[in-house]
Design a protein around this ligand. Sequence first.
Ligand code: HEM
Ligand SMILES: *[C@@H]1O[C@H](CO)[C@@H](O)[C@H](O)[C@H]1NC(C)=O
Ligand SMILES: CC(=O)N[C@H]1CO[C@H](CO)[C@@H](O)[C@@H]1O
Length: 415
Amino acid sequence: MLTKGSLAALFVAQASAFPWVLDTLNRPRDYFGDVEKRQDTQFLPGSAASCPNNPNHQGAVPFNPKYPYCGAKNGLPGYQVCVNNQVPAPGDTAHYYVKPGKLDIRGPCPGINTAANHNFLSHDGITTFTELVDMQQNVYGVGYDLAVLLATLGVGLDGDPISGKLSIGCDATSRTSSGLPGPELGLDGHNKFEGDTSLTRNDYFPAGGDNFSFNKTLYKKMSDVCQGNFGRQCMTDYRYQRYQESLNTNPNFFFSIKSLLLFGAASFLYELFPSLGDLGTPDQTTMDYFFKREQLPPNWFSRVDPYTIPLVAAEIFAQYEGHPVAFGGNTGKTNSFVGIGQYGPYISNGMFSGTPAGVACLLYQSATGNAPSAFGGGSIPTANLEWAASQLNPIFGDSSTELGAFGCPLAYNSA
Ligand code: HEM
Ligand SMILES: *[C@@H]1O[C@H](CO)[C@@H](O)[C@H](O)[C@H]1NC(C)=O
Ligand SMILES: CC(=O)N[C@H]1CO[C@H](CO)[C@@H](O)[C@@H]1O
């Protein structure tokens, strides 16, 4: 088991025995085993060849003033505080649950799949930046800042910033692309947004490329650990267990700064999924609705106070500090872990060494790619990263807000 203490010892030991261990930053991405080593990617799960195509693309249900939800439309900020917001609103039949068909794309994110099943996103699974920003606010009470960050990560890493389109699962480049070079893998794309040690999804390599399907066995394990309370403590413990499993069973395990997003996603179980969000109860029945049925529970209300970037950064920090783990990866064999040594003020001796503000800054860097390739940067086209910075710089650079006061160094900040 890697604990903070044993890891520090490991680093000291390795640093003397293998002086290269602490010098991973300038290594090519394939220094770690977990590169896109997909010999024949064409017919793998998630690939373009196996991706369903629904010719009947409808788009999300348009904004209707009769049912404003949290008031978000056209990708702009909604009310932010969202009182008495029942979703779907009684009578708003356009947002009632519709089971996905065989031609509809679904992917690794239960929050997004559920929203698509309720037509807050296009039901076929080809969505847009604007739909994502509106949906997160209106359905879940996500703050505008976090809604933009997550949508930017999705579209910037896995979609097309010019068309604004994103597949919520498999590679649907033929329908998302504006003509930019390169495939747009969708949310299934590995080590862009999706990564190893997910709560209920397999790691990529042991599963032959399917890291996005819901795995019932993992869900049962999580439920066994949580015992009806999917709160912060349980997420902290279960995420740690998942890390150890990946370390021990996945020769190509890779844990980058983007993996911090997985702690963020884990916080959604207790901050966003319960009726009334953080004021509600993260119980088994609620989780069954989101993970197994991908449907909003009956008589369900969104969170009231917005879930913002500072709040999610604090949750990520708290879970990480509960069981600190090293950044790095296995190098082609199980238990062959090599840590990433130093990174700015954020990572030292492979461990996160910053504050919640530092977490927020690393989230920013995950989206704008302002990070060395050993951290999972490097494979995203510059145009995408510049676009991401143009979306996020106004939010992270507004010094009148709590987030702006974190003073994250901004990328591509010529303005
Ligand atoms: C634009 C917004 C969003 C995008 C692009 C997005 C994308 C993703 C992706 C790619 C994953 C897979 C990560 C992995 O396991 O490797 C994921 C996981 C997850 N997402 Fe989202 N997400 C978004 C918003 C949300 C929201 C608003 C919620 C909750 C209301 C949510 C709940 C979750 C949960 C619980 C997981 C973990 C699933 C698991 O590990 O089994 N997401 N999301
Ligand atoms: C689900 O996860 C378990 C535990 O990692 C694994 O043994 C099993 O093969 C996975 N099931 C599928 C269908 O991939
Ligand atoms: C949970 C799940 O669907 N797992 C899949 C993992 O990937 C393998 C190989 O593609 C599939 O056979 C499994 O069904």
